[in-house]
Design a protein around this ligand. Structure first.
Ligand SMILES: [Zn+2]
Ligand SMILES: [Zn+2]
Length: 315
């Protein structure tokens, strides 16, 4: 059972995305890349370089429902008829592609002005693949084994970056395909998302993410394949740096909270001044995730102010 990386260009700020081919029966692709012509032809040539055709793909596993990882899915399934697998907490995004109402509510609660929410919605519509209710998929759950003729991959549900993010572990050597849950050169953003069980609640992305990375550390992976950039050989060191970075950011956030209180929108401006466009959206996600974690730890108090949430330090 061989795992091959294929690098696919994306039009997004994050740069190219890595998709993985598991060369065994059934021939399986993990993630597919964004919905662009360039990505489609890069995937086709990447497979051809391995002596394979696109229509030989029998199974596709999606690590999480972000456009750079699943955008080509509908086109690819039409092409090769592969079976699609994704965690049950990510399916909503695939099926209700153009419904932004849950995000709109979360952004309102974060204190984001209406004009900015409208801009985020327009940006989301521009990059999102067309509605995909024409394809079918099977859902994956934690600890499930994905079988191959010679080996298997175990599904690890690792919520945080998104609620239904998964990693896939090859148990024979503890090699891990981690997609955006572990990235060498950046700290994966705990994205603003509704809770998949209760849409009114916000998903506690940072706390969940820290549990997920601790679980990965306990596994002691020998090699980690990421969704972007190079692979990681020393996860213990990576984990240590991640915790240090998270603690420093949490301390910075606490030091920036003004006496009158602050919304996640205002905090994103204080923490990341000048961020615009998609970077501004990521800044709000980061600020909200840290505020939620501070609240869960009793370091800040929250109160409702004009339908949005304002955070202040306890007196
Ligand atoms: Zn992602
Ligand atoms: Zn990504």
């Amino acid at each position: 059972m061989q795992i091959h990386k294929i690098v696919i260009p994306t039009p997004f700020y994050v740069g190219p995305v890595n998709v993985y081919l598991v060369r065994n029966d059934p021939l399986t692709l993990i993630d597919v890349g964004p919905n662009t012509e360039e990505a489609f032809s890069a995937l086709r040539s990447g497979l051809e370089a391995l002596g394979l055709r696109l229509d030989a793909i029998k199974r596709i596993i999606i690590s999480h429902a972000h456009e750079d990882h699943y955008g080509l899915l509908a086109r690819l399934q039409e092409h090769c008829g592969a079976e699609i697998y994704i965690h049950s907490w990510e399916t909503n995004k695939l099926l209700h592609t153009h419904d932004y109402s849950d995000h709109r509510k979360l952004l309102q609660r974060a204190g984001v002005p209406k004009e900015a929410i409208d801009r985020f919605e327009q940006g989301y519509m521009r990059i999102h693949p067309p509605a995909t209710d024409r394809f079918t998929f099977k859902t994956l759950e934690d600890e499930e084994d994905i079988l191959f003729e010679n080996g298997s991959l175990r599904v690890l549900h690792t919520p945080g970056h998104t609620p239904g993010s998964i990693c896939l572990m090859r148990e024979s050597n503890r090699e891990l395909i981690a997609a955006d849950t572990v990235i060498k050169h950046i700290t994966p953003n705990p994205m603003l998302n509704p809770d998949p069980i209760d849409n009114y609640r916000r998903f506690p992305s940072l706390s969940e993410y820290l549990c997920s990375v601790a679980r990965i550390k306990d596994i002691s992976p020998t090699l980690i394949h990421s969704g972007h950039g190079g692979c990681i050989h020393d996860y213990a060191e990576h984990f240590h740096l991640l915790l240090k970075h998270t603690n420093e950011r949490q301390a910075k956030l606490l030091s920036l909270i003004p006496k009158r209180g602050v919304t996640a929108w205002e905090m994103s401006e204080l923490m990341f001044p000048g961020a615009s466009g998609m970077h501004r959206y990521l800044a709000i996600s980061e600020a909200q995730a840290h505020l939620d974690m501070a609240m869960a730890d009793g370091r800040v108090l929250v109160e409702k102010r004009d339908e949005c949430e304002s955070y202040r330090l306890p007196v």
